[in-house]
Design a protein around this ligand. Structure first.
Ligand code: PRT
Ligand code: ZN
Length: 225
C-alpha cells in the first residue's frame, strides 16, 4: 500500500514523454532508481513516489485524485477532459506549468490527390482518429458534419486502407504523413507536455514540496531557454 503522506507523481512509463520527464525529475534533485519493470519508484532523498503508467491513464489518475501530480501531453489531457464532460462529469485539476518538451500538433490530413480548399471540403467525410472529442469540437465550430472512425494506432494507414477519407493525428516532423501520401490541411490543436495537480485538500507539507519542485523546475527550464 502506498504511503499517502508521500507526494505521488504519475509519469509515462515508456514512450515519448518518459526520458524528458525523468530528466526533469533528476534536474530538480529527485533521486530515483527507475528499474525497468517497476510500476512505482520511490525517491531516495524526498518523500516522493513516482507512478509509471500508460500516458492515457495519467489525466484520469489526477482528475480522480489518485495521484497528486502528473506529467502529460496536453492533447491527451484535453481529450480526457472533453470525454468526461461529454459523460456529464465535471473533472477538475490545476495546470502548474507548461513544460518545454513533447511538442506536437493535432492535425487533419488528407491524401495528396484529394482536393482541399477549406474545412467545408470535409463535409460528410469519414475521419480516422484517436482524438474524437478534440476533432468534434474543432469541426463543430466550423459547422462541418463528419463521421469518425476511432483508431488507437495506425491512424495514418486508414485512408489507404479505405477506412476513412481523412485522418486527424499527431504530427511533429511530418515524416509519417509524407511516408503515407498524406498532406496536412488543418492544425486543430497545438500541444506540449504539462504538469498538472489534482484538485482538493493537500497537506501543507506536500504543498511546500510542490512549491519547492516548481521553483527548481522554473530554474531548470529558464536555463534551457
Ligand atoms: O504506451 P503509451 O500509451 O504510454 O504511449 P503512446 O504510444 O500512447 O504515446 P507516445 O509515447 O507515442 O506519445 C506520448 C505523447 O508524446 C503524445 O500524447 C504527445 O503529447 C507527444 N508527442 C510528441 C507525440 C509526437 N510528438 C508524435 N510525433 N506523440 C505521438 N507522435 C506520433 C504520431 O502519432 C505519429 O504516429 O508520431 C507520428 C508522427 O511523427 P512525425 O515526426 O512523423 O510527424
Ligand atoms: Zn497512450
Amino acid at each position: 500500500m502506498l504511503d499517502k503522506s508521500r507526494l505521488r507523481i504519475a509519469m509515462q512509463k515508456s514512450g515519448r514523454l518518459s526520458d524528458e520527464s525523468q530528466k526533469l525529475f533528476a534536474s530538480c534533485g529527485i533521486k530515483i532508481n527507475l528499474q525497468q519493470q517497476r510500476l512505482i519508484a520511490f525517491a531516495e532523498n524526498m518523500p516522493i513516489d513516482i507512478l509509471r503508467v500508460r500516458d492515457d491513464d495519467i489525466p484520469g489518475l489526477v482528475m480522480d485524485g489518485v495521484v497528486d501530480l502528473g506529467i502529460i501531453g496536453e492533447n491527451v489531457l484535453e481529450e480526457e477532459l472533453l470525454s468526461r464532460r461529454a459523460q456529464g462529469e465535471d473533472p477538475r485539476y490545476t495546470t502548474l506549468r507548461r513544460l518545454d518538451f513533447g511538442g506536437c500538433r493535432l492535425s487533419i490530413a488528407m491524401p495528396l490527390d484529394a482536393e482541399y480548399t477549406g474545412a467545408q471540403c470535409l463535409q460528410n467525410s469519414r475521419i480516422a482518429t484517436s482524438y474524437p472529442h478534440l476533432l468534434k469540437r474543432y469541426l463543430d465550430e466550423q459547422k462541418v458534419r463528419f463521421k469518425s472512425c476511432l483508431l488507437n494506432g495506425s491512424v495514418e494507414v486508414a485512408p489507404r486502407a479505405g477506412l476513412a477519407d481523412a485522418i486527424c493525428d499527431l504530427v511533429s516532423t511530418g515524416a509519417t504523413l509524407e511516408a503515407n501520401g498524406l498532406r496536412e490541411v488543418e492544425v486543430i490543436y497545438r500541444s506540449k507536455a504539462t504538469l498538472i495537480q489534482r484538485d482538493g485538500e493537500i497537506s501543507d507539507e506536500k504543498q511546500e514540496l510542490i512549491n519547492k519542485l516548481l521553483t527548481r523546475m522554473q530554474g531548470v527550464i529558464q536555463a534551457r531557454e
